[in-house]
Write a protein that binds this ligand. Structure first.
Ligand code: NOJ
Length: 573
């Protein structure tokens, strides 16, 4: 007898449709994942805490501050590179991927640190720097030594008898030239960053295998994920065709998302990331939203997240437009509303301090504007990446002498400007505002000498304002930036609407106030942020009569159509 399956099938179909609509509705970003709900805290190890008085932060120092990090309520720590390195670029020039930089400690210290993190329920995300290595890595030493060395093709070489290769811009080179001539084998090697950071040849399967083995080495130790440094540049057209004149003004268009990059990422995912269920985030998101989606959409099996630079690039010395800020963050949210996942951040070790760039670091407004920016980052959809020290509202040091700067590309560019007769006065003003050393001054723990960071002489000067802006002083002050950060993290953790909720920009044309709602499972929140040092009006068109205040950076917050300078509120509607 022929059975009629139709009724069963239609019931199943209705069930499946209902189920998929339900999960779409409940969670717009796709599947729930720990890394979507996490707040990632970035530790810049060199400047965080020194345990042995040599003036350089280290792993034992980090261990001594794990309780502090835990107290913030964050979930994961992203650590900048801690591998062996001659430190041309503060660890982003790795000479041994399976060892710890001497300045930072030993492998035993690492194991203790990882255990200390996991004991406290904190995950560890390591920086993976494999677009390039150090020129002091054994691979490069071998590669350089002769044209027939088995490691020769680990890097990009161009034999000089072919003539000079087509110009490639280098971000860090003193002459901006990414090809360095090496007389030993009469050939040029490629370095998108400094001469001591030769680019690895990802087109060589052996290089890729080496990288996957390195990743497994750390994952076998138990780490939880990787941040892929400069990875959008890894794949290259090795015929190195000439680019149009002036391409360097928009080099990302030419350097990012080279041929086969997605193939390599899928290979990496299959070989490593998926096997360990490791979290992954790439620095850079390509040139288009399509590029970004292709990197992170779950069905492509590449990465979990990328971070795009458009948001952090908005701040300029002369100021920035709030309308532009709103437009950029709204645009990025909308393209990832249904698929893929975003990172949200306003600072990291490559940026000057958040409050000095996006807020107002004058004594009158520093704390309140830092708290307003905290409210912004922790109320957006996407995974917040938080840079150490911003929870204290640490500010730019704004050194006025070039001798105080330590950052290699900044010092190289200073020499370059000098050599071409550039405007050094303007250069100094620019770096006072934007140099990444501003974000790398020692963490301000207390008001004792060197901010309690070291008992020795710090590798970079402490910001003199440590006597008033420091962790110790803020611990006991319920109204401090630090305690506001904790409250805001706790609010996000308790309120998944802030993680998964749909984002809607309102009062779009308001030039001072950034207002948006977040909505999830019938819960609706309104976020109001005044980005200006003057009171500002807003018009949400919403009924606020039953609104319940969840958090504010003012003790007398009354959202009645006007916000106080840099006021931030989140209200439940
Ligand atoms: C990006 C890193 O964040 C930066 O600090 C570094 O200088 C370059 N990549 C080169 O590795």
């Amino acid at each position: 007898m022929k059975k009629n399956f139709f009724p069963y099938l239609s019931v199943l179909l209705v069930f499946l449709i209902a189920f998929s609509c339900q999960s779409k509705k409940e969670d717009d970003g796709g599947k729930k994942e720990w890394w979507k709900e996490a707040v990632v805290y970035q530790v810049y190890p060199r400047s965080f805490k020194d345990s042995d008085g040599d003036g350089i932060g280290d792993l034992k120092g980090i261990i001594s501050k794990l309780d502090y990090i835990k107290s913030l309520g964050v979930d994961a720590i992203w650590l900048n590179p801690i591998y062996s390195s001659p430190n041309d670029d503060n660890g982003y020039d790795v000479s041994d991927y399976r060892n710890i930089m001497k300045d930072f400690g030993t492998m035993q210290d690492f194991d203790n640190m990882l255990k200390g993190m996991h004991d406290r329920g904190l995950k560890l995300v390591m920086d993976l720097v494999v677009n390039h290595s150090s020129d002091e890595h054994e691979w490069f030493k071998q590669s350089r030594s002769s044209r027939t060395n088995p490691y020769r093709d680990y890097y990009h070489w161009w034999n000089a008898e072919r003539g000079k290769p087509a110009y490639r811009y280098s971000l860090f080179d003193i002459n901006h030239d990414a090809w360095k001539y090496d007389s030993l084998t009469n050939a040029y090697y490629l370095h998108y960053f400094s001469r001591k950071q030769p680019d690895l040849n990802w087109e060589n399967p052996q290089v890729r295998k080496e990288v996957y083995d390195i990743m497994k080495f750390w994952l076998d130790k138990g780490i939880d994920g990787f941040r892929l440094d400069a990875f959008q540049f890894a794949a290259k057209d090795t015929s190195f065709p000439a680019f149009p004149e002036g391409f360097e003004k928009n080099f990302i268009e030419y350097y990012a998302m080279g041929p086969h990059l997605h193939d390599y990422l899928q290979e990496m995912n299959g070989e490593v990331l998926s096997k360990y269920n490791a979290m992954s985030v790439a620095e850079g998101a390509g040139n288009t939203f399509e590029d970004a989606h292709n990197l992170v959409d779950a069905d492509r099996h590449e990465l979990n997240m990328a971070y795009a630079f458009e948001g952090v690039d908005i701040a300029k010395r002369e100021g920035y437009s709030v309308l532009h800020f709103k437009e950029v963050f709204s645009k990025w949210d909308s393209v990832f509303a249904k698929n893929g996942w975003l990172s949200v951040f306003l600072a990291n070790h490559d940026q000057a301090r958040m409050v000095s760039r996006f807020g107002n670091d004058s004594p009158a407004f520093r704390a309140v504007s830092a708290k307003m920016l905290t409210t912004f980052i922790l109320s957006m959809r996407g995974t917040p990446y938080w840079y150490n020290g911003d929870e204290l509202g640490m500010t730019n040091a704004g050194f006025d002498k070039i001798e105080d700067y330590k950052d290699m590309p900044t010092l190289n560019e200073y020499e370059h400007q000098k050599a071409i007769g550039g405007d050094l006065q303007k250069f100094m003003l620019d770096i006072q505002f934007s140099c990444r050393d501003n974000g790398r001054t020692p963490f301000q723990w207390d008001s004792t000498a060197q901010a309690g960071f070291t008992t020795g002489a710090p590798w970079i000067s402490v910001n003199p304002n440590y006597t008033t802006i420091n962790e110790r002083a803020q611990e006991d002050d319920p109204a401090s930036c630090l305690n506001y950060f904790r409250k805001m993290v706790a609010l996000r953790k308790a309120n998944k609407t802030l993680v998964y909720g749909q984002y809607t920009l309102i009062d779009r044309n308001n030039p001072n106030v950034y207002a948006y709602t977040r909505e999830w499972k019938g819960n609706k929140l309104l976020v109001l942020l005044n980005f200006k040092a003057e009171p500002a009006t807003f018009d949400t068109g919403l009924d606020l009569s039953k609104a319940k205040l969840l958090i504010s950076n003012y003790s007398n917050a009354i959202p009645a159509g006007i916000l106080q300078p840099y006021e931030a509120v989140i209200i439940q509607l």
